[in-house]
Write a protein that binds this ligand. Structure first.
Ligand SMILES: *Cc1c(COP(=O)(O)O)cnc(C)c1O
Length: 400
């Protein structure tokens, strides 16, 4: 069957909650994907950074197959052999004492919110149900009702109320706005250290450090959503480390399984994570042995193949080279590691049309917000492949 037919079937039978580029991918290998016609593309989205290790990484594949042959799901009603090792290795790699595994990123965000509220009542002793969590405008934390309740994107929430109360929105990157939102009932501040979906927005230097100082002065938890920025993407294990910040709670997902299987987690020290009591939170699939085995392998690949160092080195190179392109359409090139946004001027006619042209030339990138092209290839990419891609990107940005 040809791409066209697959697309027709998808449009007919599937919900239209996405607007994908019309490429029907059959196979992926490393940084490359192949469509049903056999065309080859460089993946510059990496499934929103879930594929830091590249497509179908052989070591993660082996771990998945080996575990799938043994046992895939026990539920947390019983224990399994993989989960303890996953906990231990995750702790050793991240420096957090404990973790709680879930599946999707949104579930991990929900988990962090529950834990922050529990901490507010049990530890900070905020009166019941008066706790508040401060978030930033332009945030993206997922798609559940509670999470869209504090989205500032009209389109994400307009038709989906009523909403969950208890969230206060401040201006991202603006310390004054944050300071004036703090009350005695503030339990936590939750931020992305770089807003990925928001358009690769990097806050001013020193912002995260100042946020943490404010949190410490006011007995407030700092929660970082590093589902997209974490696990090497920005050239550090966590993007917060660019400012030497260690959040009280860290939310990870996406690349935690190298794209094989949804695995997410909340990380925290015992003082906080220890607050959950049996029965207060759970997930049928969260912490299952297949997911745990896959995640262990995915973490090993990040370490063994020095993906964090690669992201830093190649990211700096990619950003520098992109900055050299003098296109009338480009407003700004910004990024950290291999999370890069090329913001176009409003009169450029939107990022989508450039992504369509890039696709025809063998590069898959996706617009985020109308005017930003995001480049976030798998971290296993090489300088040679970047040198192949750069002239194509240049040519595309130079078109009318
Ligand atoms: C992708 C993402 C999420 C949501 O993860 P899902 O697995 O899609 O639920 C949350 N926060 C950030 C920063 C993300 O990039």
């Amino acid at each position: 069957m040809e791409s066209k037919e697959y697309i027709e079937i998808e449009e007919k039978y599937g919900a239209h909650n996405y607007h994908p580029l019309d490429v029907v991918i059959e196979r992926g290998e490393g940084v490359w994907v192949f469509d049903v016609e056999g065309n080859k593309y460089l993946d510059c989205l990496s499934a929103y950074s879930a594929l830091n290790q590249g497509h179908v990484h052989p070591k993660i594949l082996d771990a998945m197959i080996e575990q799938a042959k043994k046992v895939t799901l026990t539920s947390r009603a019983f224990r399994n052999q993989q989960l303890p090792l996953f906990y231990k290795e995750l702790s050793e790699m991240t420096g957090y004492e404990m973790s709680l595994p879930m599946n999707s990123g949104a579930e991990a965000v929900e988990t962090a919110i529950k834990l922050a509220r529990k901490w507010a009542y049990k530890t900070k002793e905020i009166p019941y149900y008066e706790s508040e969590i401060i978030v930033a405008d332009g945030n993206f934390h997922g798609r559940t009702i509670t999470i869209i309740s504090f989205s500032t994107e009209e389109y994400y929430k307009k038709e989906f109320g009523p909403f969950t109360p208890g969230f206060i929105t401040v201006k991202y990157g603006d310390l004054k706005s944050l300071e004036s939102a703090i009350t005695p009932n503030t339990a936590a501040i939750m931020l992305e250290p770089i807003q990925g979906e928001g358009g690769v927005i990097i806050p001013p230097k020193g912002y995260l450090q100042s946020v943490v100082n404010l949190c410490q002065q006011n007995n407030i938890l700092f929660i970082a959503d590093e589902i997209q920025t974490g696990l090497g993407r920005t050239g550090k294990l966590f993007a917060c480390q660019h400012e030497n910040v260690r959040p009280d709670m860290m939310i990870i997902g996406k690349a935690l399984s190298g794209g094989f299987y949804p695995v997410s987690a909340v990380l925290a020290d015992r003082e906080i994570m220890g607050l959950f009591q049996p029965g207060e939170h759970g997930s049928t699939f969260g912490g299952n042995p297949l997911g745990a085995a896959v995640a262990r392998a995915a973490l090993n690949v990040i370490r063994d193949e020095k993906l964090i160092e690669r992201a830093e080195e190649l990211g700096n190179y990619f950003i520098e080279e992109l900055k050299k392109i003098s296109s009338k359409h480009v407003k700004e090139v910004r990024g950290r590691g291999l999370l890069i946004g090329v913001e176009l001027k409003p009169e450029a006619g939107g990022a989508r049309r450039f992504c369509e042209v890039l696709k025809r030339k063998g590069i898959l990138a996706k617009e985020t917000h109308d005017n930003v092209i995001r480049f976030a290839p798998p971290l296993i990419i090489s300088k040679e492949i970047l040198d192949w891609a750069l002239p194509i990107i240049e040519e595309t940005l130079l078109m009318d």
